[in-house]
Write a protein that binds this ligand. Structure first.
Ligand code: NAD
Ligand code: AKB
Length: 321
Protein backbone atom coordinates (compact mmCIF):
# COMPACT_ATOMS: atom_id res chain seq x y z
CA UNK A 1 0.00 0.00 0.00
CA UNK A 2 2.78 2.43 0.84
CA UNK A 3 3.94 2.30 -2.78
CA UNK A 4 0.76 4.01 -4.02
CA UNK A 5 0.93 7.71 -4.86
CA UNK A 6 -2.49 9.15 -5.59
CA UNK A 7 -3.49 12.32 -7.43
CA UNK A 8 -7.00 13.66 -6.72
CA UNK A 9 -8.13 16.13 -9.42
CA UNK A 10 -11.00 18.39 -8.30
CA UNK A 11 -10.04 17.88 -4.63
CA UNK A 12 -11.63 21.13 -3.43
CA UNK A 13 -15.13 20.06 -4.50
CA UNK A 14 -18.00 18.38 -2.67
CA UNK A 15 -16.64 14.83 -3.04
CA UNK A 16 -12.96 15.75 -3.41
CA UNK A 17 -12.52 17.13 0.09
CA UNK A 18 -13.91 14.06 1.85
CA UNK A 19 -12.36 11.56 -0.55
CA UNK A 20 -8.91 13.16 -0.20
CA UNK A 21 -9.14 13.06 3.59
CA UNK A 22 -10.30 9.43 3.52
CA UNK A 23 -7.52 8.40 1.11
CA UNK A 24 -4.93 10.18 3.25
CA UNK A 25 -6.04 8.11 6.24
CA UNK A 26 -5.47 4.91 4.28
CA UNK A 27 -2.39 5.71 2.20
CA UNK A 28 -0.68 8.36 4.36
CA UNK A 29 -0.90 12.14 4.02
CA UNK A 30 2.21 12.51 1.86
CA UNK A 31 0.99 9.88 -0.62
CA UNK A 32 -2.23 11.66 -1.62
CA UNK A 33 -1.71 14.81 -3.69
CA UNK A 34 -4.77 17.07 -3.79
CA UNK A 35 -5.20 19.29 -6.86
CA UNK A 36 -7.78 21.72 -8.19
CA UNK A 37 -8.25 24.74 -10.40
CA UNK A 38 -9.53 26.72 -7.44
CA UNK A 39 -7.72 27.32 -4.18
CA UNK A 40 -7.13 24.53 -1.69
CA UNK A 41 -10.23 23.88 0.43
CA UNK A 42 -9.61 24.99 4.01
CA UNK A 43 -10.46 21.51 5.34
CA UNK A 44 -7.52 20.10 3.36
CA UNK A 45 -4.99 22.73 4.44
CA UNK A 46 -2.06 21.28 6.34
CA UNK A 47 -3.20 17.68 5.85
CA UNK A 48 -1.00 16.88 2.82
CA UNK A 49 0.42 18.09 -0.51
CA UNK A 50 -1.63 20.39 -2.77
CA UNK A 51 -0.91 21.50 -6.35
CA UNK A 52 -2.83 23.99 -8.45
CA UNK A 53 -3.73 22.16 -11.64
CA UNK A 54 -6.01 22.55 -14.67
CA UNK A 55 -7.03 19.11 -15.97
CA UNK A 56 -7.50 20.69 -19.42
CA UNK A 57 -3.78 21.42 -19.59
CA UNK A 58 -2.52 17.98 -20.53
CA UNK A 59 1.18 18.89 -20.48
CA UNK A 60 0.95 20.37 -17.01
CA UNK A 61 -0.97 17.31 -15.81
CA UNK A 62 1.56 14.96 -17.39
CA UNK A 63 4.47 16.79 -15.75
CA UNK A 64 2.81 16.52 -12.33
CA UNK A 65 2.11 12.80 -12.78
CA UNK A 66 5.79 12.14 -13.62
CA UNK A 67 7.24 14.58 -11.07
CA UNK A 68 5.14 13.22 -8.20
CA UNK A 69 5.52 9.54 -9.21
CA UNK A 70 1.73 9.18 -9.37
CA UNK A 71 0.37 5.61 -9.59
CA UNK A 72 -3.40 6.30 -9.32
CA UNK A 73 -5.66 9.18 -10.37
CA UNK A 74 -9.11 10.04 -9.01
CA UNK A 75 -10.65 12.47 -11.52
CA UNK A 76 -13.46 14.53 -9.95
CA UNK A 77 -13.29 17.75 -11.98
CA UNK A 78 -16.54 18.20 -13.91
CA UNK A 79 -19.47 20.53 -14.54
CA UNK A 80 -22.68 19.09 -13.04
CA UNK A 81 -26.21 18.88 -14.42
CA UNK A 82 -27.76 22.26 -13.56
CA UNK A 83 -24.67 24.36 -14.32
CA UNK A 84 -24.09 22.28 -17.46
CA UNK A 85 -27.42 23.38 -18.95
CA UNK A 86 -26.31 27.01 -18.65
CA UNK A 87 -23.20 26.40 -20.75
CA UNK A 88 -23.51 23.09 -22.64
CA UNK A 89 -20.36 23.55 -24.75
CA UNK A 90 -18.19 24.22 -21.73
CA UNK A 91 -19.69 21.25 -19.84
CA UNK A 92 -19.06 18.89 -22.74
CA UNK A 93 -15.54 20.24 -23.26
CA UNK A 94 -14.44 19.93 -19.61
CA UNK A 95 -16.21 16.64 -18.89
CA UNK A 96 -14.86 14.94 -22.03
CA UNK A 97 -11.42 16.47 -22.55
CA UNK A 98 -10.55 16.25 -18.87
CA UNK A 99 -11.31 12.52 -18.92
CA UNK A 100 -9.46 11.91 -22.21
CA UNK A 101 -6.38 13.73 -20.88
CA UNK A 102 -6.34 11.54 -17.77
CA UNK A 103 -6.97 8.30 -19.72
CA UNK A 104 -4.19 9.10 -22.21
CA UNK A 105 -1.70 9.82 -19.44
CA UNK A 106 -2.81 6.71 -17.52
CA UNK A 107 -2.07 4.63 -20.63
CA UNK A 108 1.23 6.33 -21.42
CA UNK A 109 2.54 6.17 -17.84
CA UNK A 110 1.00 2.73 -17.17
CA UNK A 111 -0.80 3.96 -14.05
CA UNK A 112 -2.13 1.21 -11.80
CA UNK A 113 -5.71 2.53 -11.51
CA UNK A 114 -7.98 5.42 -12.42
CA UNK A 115 -11.27 6.35 -10.73
CA UNK A 116 -13.78 8.46 -12.65
CA UNK A 117 -17.36 9.00 -11.46
CA UNK A 118 -20.38 8.74 -13.68
CA UNK A 119 -23.88 9.63 -12.46
CA UNK A 120 -27.51 8.53 -12.39
CA UNK A 121 -27.81 11.43 -14.89
CA UNK A 122 -26.90 8.96 -17.66
CA UNK A 123 -30.48 7.71 -17.44
CA UNK A 124 -33.27 9.51 -19.26
CA UNK A 125 -37.06 9.54 -19.53
CA UNK A 126 -37.10 6.22 -21.39
CA UNK A 127 -35.20 4.38 -18.63
CA UNK A 128 -37.26 2.51 -16.00
CA UNK A 129 -38.38 4.94 -13.27
CA UNK A 130 -38.16 2.51 -10.36
CA UNK A 131 -35.22 0.23 -9.50
CA UNK A 132 -33.48 1.29 -12.70
CA UNK A 133 -31.23 -1.65 -13.67
CA UNK A 134 -27.51 -1.69 -14.49
CA UNK A 135 -28.17 -2.41 -18.16
CA UNK A 136 -31.22 -0.72 -19.70
CA UNK A 137 -32.34 1.94 -22.20
CA UNK A 138 -30.13 4.99 -21.69
CA UNK A 139 -31.19 8.21 -23.46
CA UNK A 140 -30.05 11.19 -21.35
CA UNK A 141 -31.53 14.65 -22.04
CA UNK A 142 -28.89 16.84 -20.31
CA UNK A 143 -25.45 17.66 -21.66
CA UNK A 144 -24.09 16.42 -18.33
CA UNK A 145 -25.81 13.04 -18.78
CA UNK A 146 -24.61 12.79 -22.37
CA UNK A 147 -21.03 13.53 -21.29
CA UNK A 148 -21.23 10.92 -18.51
CA UNK A 149 -22.60 8.27 -20.84
CA UNK A 150 -19.91 8.96 -23.45
CA UNK A 151 -17.31 8.97 -20.66
CA UNK A 152 -18.44 5.55 -19.47
CA UNK A 153 -17.71 4.14 -22.91
CA UNK A 154 -14.30 5.84 -23.07
CA UNK A 155 -13.44 4.12 -19.76
CA UNK A 156 -14.64 0.81 -21.16
CA UNK A 157 -12.66 1.42 -24.37
CA UNK A 158 -9.38 2.17 -22.56
CA UNK A 159 -9.85 -0.97 -20.49
CA UNK A 160 -10.62 -3.17 -23.49
CA UNK A 161 -8.06 -1.72 -25.86
CA UNK A 162 -5.15 -0.82 -23.56
CA UNK A 163 -5.86 -2.78 -20.38
CA UNK A 164 -6.11 0.47 -18.35
CA UNK A 165 -7.68 -0.37 -14.96
CA UNK A 166 -10.35 2.36 -14.94
CA UNK A 167 -13.19 1.98 -12.41
CA UNK A 168 -16.39 3.95 -12.08
CA UNK A 169 -19.59 4.44 -10.08
CA UNK A 170 -22.84 6.09 -11.17
CA UNK A 171 -23.22 8.20 -8.03
CA UNK A 172 -26.74 9.25 -7.02
CA UNK A 173 -27.23 12.78 -5.59
CA UNK A 174 -24.76 13.14 -2.73
CA UNK A 175 -25.57 14.72 0.62
CA UNK A 176 -22.77 16.10 2.77
CA UNK A 177 -21.98 18.71 5.41
CA UNK A 178 -18.23 19.27 4.94
CA UNK A 179 -18.18 20.99 1.54
CA UNK A 180 -20.97 22.47 -0.55
CA UNK A 181 -22.41 20.87 -3.69
CA UNK A 182 -21.28 22.31 -7.03
CA UNK A 183 -24.29 22.99 -9.28
CA UNK A 184 -26.38 19.84 -9.47
CA UNK A 185 -30.12 19.13 -9.59
CA UNK A 186 -29.94 17.16 -6.33
CA UNK A 187 -28.34 20.10 -4.45
CA UNK A 188 -31.71 20.90 -2.81
CA UNK A 189 -31.17 17.95 -0.48
CA UNK A 190 -28.11 19.70 1.00
CA UNK A 191 -29.46 23.27 0.92
CA UNK A 192 -32.60 22.20 2.81
CA UNK A 193 -30.48 21.34 5.87
CA UNK A 194 -28.53 24.60 6.02
CA UNK A 195 -31.66 26.69 5.39
CA UNK A 196 -33.61 24.73 8.03
CA UNK A 197 -30.92 25.42 10.61
CA UNK A 198 -30.21 29.03 9.66
CA UNK A 199 -33.71 30.31 8.76
CA UNK A 200 -36.20 27.59 9.72
CA UNK A 201 -37.54 27.78 6.17
CA UNK A 202 -36.66 26.52 2.69
CA UNK A 203 -37.93 27.36 -0.78
CA UNK A 204 -37.40 24.19 -2.78
CA UNK A 205 -36.66 24.33 -6.52
CA UNK A 206 -38.25 20.89 -7.06
CA UNK A 207 -41.87 19.81 -6.56
CA UNK A 208 -42.75 18.11 -3.30
CA UNK A 209 -43.28 14.65 -4.83
CA UNK A 210 -40.04 14.47 -6.87
CA UNK A 211 -38.35 11.24 -5.84
CA UNK A 212 -34.64 10.93 -6.71
CA UNK A 213 -31.84 8.47 -5.91
CA UNK A 214 -29.61 9.93 -3.18
CA UNK A 215 -26.74 8.83 -0.95
CA UNK A 216 -25.06 10.13 2.20
CA UNK A 217 -21.41 11.04 1.63
CA UNK A 218 -19.91 8.47 4.08
CA UNK A 219 -21.59 5.70 2.04
CA UNK A 220 -20.34 7.25 -1.22
CA UNK A 221 -16.75 7.50 0.01
CA UNK A 222 -16.83 3.92 1.25
CA UNK A 223 -18.31 2.71 -2.05
CA UNK A 224 -15.52 4.46 -3.96
CA UNK A 225 -12.74 3.02 -1.84
CA UNK A 226 -14.27 -0.48 -1.78
CA UNK A 227 -14.58 -0.46 -5.57
CA UNK A 228 -10.99 0.74 -5.99
CA UNK A 229 -9.65 -1.87 -3.56
CA UNK A 230 -11.61 -4.80 -5.04
CA UNK A 231 -9.53 -7.39 -6.92
CA UNK A 232 -9.59 -6.62 -10.67
CA UNK A 233 -11.07 -10.07 -11.37
CA UNK A 234 -14.25 -9.05 -9.49
CA UNK A 235 -14.92 -6.03 -11.71
CA UNK A 236 -17.29 -7.16 -14.46
CA UNK A 237 -18.60 -3.69 -15.35
CA UNK A 238 -16.04 -1.46 -17.07
CA UNK A 239 -18.49 1.29 -17.99
CA UNK A 240 -19.85 2.30 -14.57
CA UNK A 241 -21.60 0.61 -11.65
CA UNK A 242 -25.09 1.49 -10.38
CA UNK A 243 -24.95 2.02 -6.60
CA UNK A 244 -28.02 2.74 -4.53
CA UNK A 245 -28.46 4.44 -1.18
CA UNK A 246 -31.72 6.29 -0.56
CA UNK A 247 -34.75 7.45 -2.52
CA UNK A 248 -36.88 10.28 -1.12
CA UNK A 249 -38.86 13.35 -2.16
CA UNK A 250 -38.56 16.95 -0.88
CA UNK A 251 -41.73 16.38 1.16
CA UNK A 252 -40.32 13.25 2.80
CA UNK A 253 -37.02 14.85 3.76
CA UNK A 254 -38.82 17.95 5.07
CA UNK A 255 -41.02 15.70 7.27
CA UNK A 256 -37.87 14.06 8.61
CA UNK A 257 -36.28 17.45 9.36
CA UNK A 258 -39.46 18.52 11.17
CA UNK A 259 -38.92 15.70 13.65
CA UNK A 260 -35.82 17.65 14.79
CA UNK A 261 -36.98 21.22 14.00
CA UNK A 262 -40.78 21.19 14.52
CA UNK A 263 -41.35 24.78 13.28
CA UNK A 264 -39.45 24.18 9.99
CA UNK A 265 -41.49 25.23 6.94
CA UNK A 266 -41.05 24.53 3.23
CA UNK A 267 -42.62 25.95 0.06
CA UNK A 268 -42.13 24.76 -3.51
CA UNK A 269 -41.10 26.95 -6.45
CA UNK A 270 -39.97 24.52 -9.18
CA UNK A 271 -37.58 25.96 -11.80
CA UNK A 272 -35.70 24.60 -14.84
CA UNK A 273 -34.18 21.85 -12.68
CA UNK A 274 -37.60 20.17 -12.35
CA UNK A 275 -37.39 18.95 -15.98
CA UNK A 276 -33.94 17.47 -15.32
CA UNK A 277 -35.17 15.70 -12.17
CA UNK A 278 -38.25 14.39 -14.00
CA UNK A 279 -35.99 12.74 -16.58
CA UNK A 280 -34.07 10.72 -13.98
CA UNK A 281 -35.13 7.47 -12.28
CA UNK A 282 -36.58 7.57 -8.78
CA UNK A 283 -34.56 4.64 -7.52
CA UNK A 284 -31.68 2.43 -8.66
CA UNK A 285 -31.09 -1.31 -8.75
CA UNK A 286 -27.50 -1.95 -7.65
CA UNK A 287 -27.57 -5.74 -7.53
CA UNK A 288 -24.55 -6.06 -9.85
CA UNK A 289 -22.34 -3.94 -7.55
CA UNK A 290 -23.61 -5.98 -4.58
CA UNK A 291 -22.78 -9.22 -6.32
CA UNK A 292 -19.40 -8.19 -7.81
CA UNK A 293 -17.66 -6.35 -4.98
CA UNK A 294 -20.02 -6.67 -2.02
CA UNK A 295 -21.51 -3.15 -1.99
CA UNK A 296 -23.98 -2.43 0.86
CA UNK A 297 -25.28 1.01 1.82
CA UNK A 298 -25.55 1.84 5.54
CA UNK A 299 -27.47 5.09 5.95
CA UNK A 300 -31.26 5.43 5.80
CA UNK A 301 -33.14 8.74 5.71
CA UNK A 302 -33.63 9.10 9.45
CA UNK A 303 -30.01 8.27 10.38
CA UNK A 304 -28.67 10.58 7.68
CA UNK A 305 -30.93 13.46 8.72
CA UNK A 306 -29.92 13.22 12.37
CA UNK A 307 -26.23 13.05 11.44
CA UNK A 308 -26.45 15.98 8.98
CA UNK A 309 -28.19 18.27 11.46
CA UNK A 310 -25.81 17.42 14.28
CA UNK A 311 -22.69 17.94 12.18
CA UNK A 312 -23.89 21.11 10.46
CA UNK A 313 -24.79 22.64 13.80
CA UNK A 314 -21.38 21.77 15.18
CA UNK A 315 -19.37 22.80 12.12
CA UNK A 316 -21.10 26.16 11.68
CA UNK A 317 -21.61 26.94 15.36
CA UNK A 318 -25.36 27.26 14.75
CA UNK A 319 -27.87 27.46 17.58
CA UNK A 320 -29.90 24.34 18.31
CA UNK A 321 -33.40 25.30 17.09
P1 NAD B 1 -17.82 19.84 -7.48
O1 NAD B 1 -18.32 20.80 -8.51
O2 NAD B 1 -18.19 20.07 -6.07
O3 NAD B 1 -16.24 19.74 -7.56
C1 NAD B 1 -15.55 19.70 -8.77
C2 NAD B 1 -14.19 20.32 -8.54
O4 NAD B 1 -13.50 20.30 -9.80
C3 NAD B 1 -14.28 21.79 -8.11
O5 NAD B 1 -13.53 21.98 -6.92
C4 NAD B 1 -13.68 22.55 -9.28
O6 NAD B 1 -12.93 23.71 -8.89
C5 NAD B 1 -12.77 21.51 -9.91
N1 NAD B 1 -12.49 21.80 -11.31
C6 NAD B 1 -13.33 22.32 -12.24
N2 NAD B 1 -12.68 22.46 -13.41
C7 NAD B 1 -11.42 22.03 -13.21
C8 NAD B 1 -10.28 21.93 -14.04
N3 NAD B 1 -10.30 22.36 -15.32
N4 NAD B 1 -9.15 21.42 -13.53
C9 NAD B 1 -9.09 21.01 -12.22
N5 NAD B 1 -10.14 21.10 -11.39
C10 NAD B 1 -11.29 21.60 -11.88
O7 NAD B 1 -18.28 18.39 -7.96
P2 NAD B 1 -18.51 17.09 -7.06
O8 NAD B 1 -19.91 17.11 -6.61
O9 NAD B 1 -17.42 16.95 -6.07
O10 NAD B 1 -18.41 15.97 -8.19
C11 NAD B 1 -17.21 15.30 -8.46
C12 NAD B 1 -17.49 14.27 -9.56
O11 NAD B 1 -18.52 13.38 -9.12
C13 NAD B 1 -18.00 14.87 -10.87
O12 NAD B 1 -17.51 14.11 -11.93
C14 NAD B 1 -19.49 14.69 -10.78
O13 NAD B 1 -20.08 14.61 -12.04
C15 NAD B 1 -19.58 13.37 -10.06
N6 NAD B 1 -20.87 13.20 -9.39
C16 NAD B 1 -21.21 13.99 -8.33
C17 NAD B 1 -22.45 13.81 -7.71
C18 NAD B 1 -22.86 14.65 -6.54
O14 NAD B 1 -24.01 14.56 -6.10
N7 NAD B 1 -21.98 15.47 -5.96
C19 NAD B 1 -23.33 12.85 -8.18
C20 NAD B 1 -22.98 12.10 -9.30
C21 NAD B 1 -21.72 12.26 -9.88
C1 AKB C 1 -26.40 16.48 -10.17
O1 AKB C 1 -27.51 16.70 -9.63
O2 AKB C 1 -26.04 16.97 -11.24
C2 AKB C 1 -25.48 15.51 -9.47
C3 AKB C 1 -25.65 14.15 -10.06
C4 AKB C 1 -26.77 13.31 -9.62
O3 AKB C 1 -24.88 13.77 -10.89
N1 AKB C 1 -25.72 15.54 -8.07
Amino acid sequence: MAKEKILVIGASGQIGVELTLALRKIYGNANVVASDLREENELLRGSGPYVSLDVMNKEMLHVQVIRQNITQIYLLAAILSATGEKNPNLAWHLNMQGLLNVLDIAREEKLQKVFWPSSIAVFGPTSPRKDCPQRTIIEPITVYGISKYAGEFWCNYFYGRYGADVRSIRYPGLISYKSSPGGGTTDYAVEIFTEALENGHYTCFLQEDTYLPMMYMPDAIRATIELMEAPAAKITVRTSYNVSGLSFSPREISEEIKKHIPDFTIVYAPDYRQAIANSWPQSIDDSVARQDWGWRNEYDLSRMTADMLENLQEANNLPVR
